[in-house]
Design a protein around this ligand. Structure first.
Ligand SMILES: [Zn+2]
Length: 402
């Protein structure tokens, strides 16, 4: 590289570093910045002016402390309305779309119902309509990018959904990125990713895994998959199947057939479908269980089991203990292969209460490398059903600030 090119590259890196400090720390003065980076105050001032001209940084006012000469210093911050990110999540039964400002604050949310295995063209139309509506709601201001989380095996690099378990009628290799970009009125950055990866990213950016570098976020419900972040990077693998933990064999004696065709898969052992089926099978033995609570037996759901568990119901405890056992086996294997600082549980089990979480932790510690004191935390997610769309939008932001 020539010296001039080197200087230019260095300048770019310096700008990026400063922008990210601003992004993470809120409001700062030049002298606060100069304590964090090894750059002169005039250089920092030049960088600020560069971003002020671009509309990305604003002066919020004067600081309270005085500098040399008794002057109050200017305080700078990111102009959070200089651009907007759109995040979407294609769930089995709905499309959730949000728009955030540059700080990741959700400004608008739209939720549209999807039919079971709704046709691709119809879902594409809903994506397009939700996008237009969100852009309308921010008065047509600048959108910096769109990210869509979709469940199943997804090629992040070319934006193709290789296979979607919720939408078998879509077939294989659906060019979602291409189809969306053909419809959007203007050219913007588009990212298509397996939703569980965005969910892990959301935990890192806004959730219980903030500041952690090695994170596993497990989405459990009817299906089971995980988003893996290792050393601050989303992990995908050669065939985009890192995190397909649902198909780890955890019960060689298992008879239940999984969606993948195998038996004894992690997914099938902890699926809500199996738990509810087992509960119904027990009705004749324990009709007095609080799970049934004078309800039509075919209408019981997971919340009935969780509620009964909280009231120390014997059958609920028996059903949940079985699930804890399978979760513990699965998660302890995941911990051994990934060594994360935290495992975040997402999805319906976040409502299972203290008993589930405490006993899960205890069981994992019992069966997994007992001689090593492990400090892997296991926590429930607190992000609710926005988690995927929020992760998608925050991914757009992170790429923008890169
Ligand atoms: Zn399977």
């Amino acid at each position: 590289m020539t010296t001039i090119r080197k200087q230019k590259a260095l300048k770019k890196i310096n700008r990026k570093v400063i922008l990210n400090i601003l992004r993470n720390s809120g409001e700062v003065s030049i002298s606060e910045l100069s304590k964090k980076v090894n750059l002169s105050k005039p250089t920092l001032m030049n960088i600020m002016n560069y971003y002020i001209n671009k509309g990305l940084v604003v002066i919020t006012g004067k600081g309270s402390s005085t500098e040399e000469g008794g002057k109050k210093p200017n305080i700078f911050k990111i102009n959070s309305s200089a651009g907007y990110a759109i995040g979407m999540a294609i769930l089995a039964n709905k499309l959730i779309s949000i728009v955030t400002d540059l700080k990741g604050k959700i400004l608008e949310k739209i939720s549209v119902d999807l039919e079971t295995d709704e046709k691709f063209d119809s879902v594409l139309k809903k994506i397009n309509n939700s996008y237009k509506q969100l852009v309308n709601n921010i008065n047509g201001k600048k959108v910096i990018g769109l990210a869509v989380g979709t469940y199943g095996i997804t090629n992040f690099d070319n934006g193709v959904i290789i296979y979607s378990p919720h939408f078998p009628s879509w077939g294989e290799n659906i060019e979602l990125k291409k189809k969306i970009s053909e419809q959007l009125p203007s050219k913007i950055a588009i990212f298509i990713e397996n939703g569980v990866r965005f969910q892990a990213f959301a935990e890192k950016t806004f959730g219980v895994a903030k500041k952690e570098e090695n994170i596993i976020a497990i989405q459990a419900g009817k299906g089971l998959a995980a988003g893996v972040i290792a050393e601050n990077k989303i992990k995908r693998g050669r065939h985009y199947i890192i995190g397909e933990i649902g198909h780890m064999l955890i019960n060689p004696e298992g008879k239940e057939v999984c969606a993948c065709g195998g038996k004894g898969c992690f997914e099938v052992m902890v699926s809500t479908k199996r738990i509810l089926r087992r509960a119904k099978e027990k009705f004749n033995d324990c009709p007095e269980s609080l799970i049934f609570n004078e309800k039509d037996i075919d209408k019981i759901n997971m919340y009935d089991i969780f509620d009964a568990l909280k009231k120390k119901d014997k059958l609920a405890k028996e059903l949940i203990d079985d699930i804890i056992n399978w979760f513990a086996i699965g998660i302890s294997n995941i911990i051994l292969t990934n060594d994360p600082q935290i495992v975040v549980i997402q999805g319906i089990f976040t409502k299972a209460g203290k008993y589930f979480l405490d006993n899960l932790k205890e069981k994992i510690n019992k069966i997994s490398l007992r001689k090593i004191k492990k400090e892997t935390d296991i926590k429930y997610s607190k992000l609710g059903d926005n988690v995927c769309a929020l992760g998608a939008a925050s991914y757009v932001l992170s790429r923008y600030f890169e």
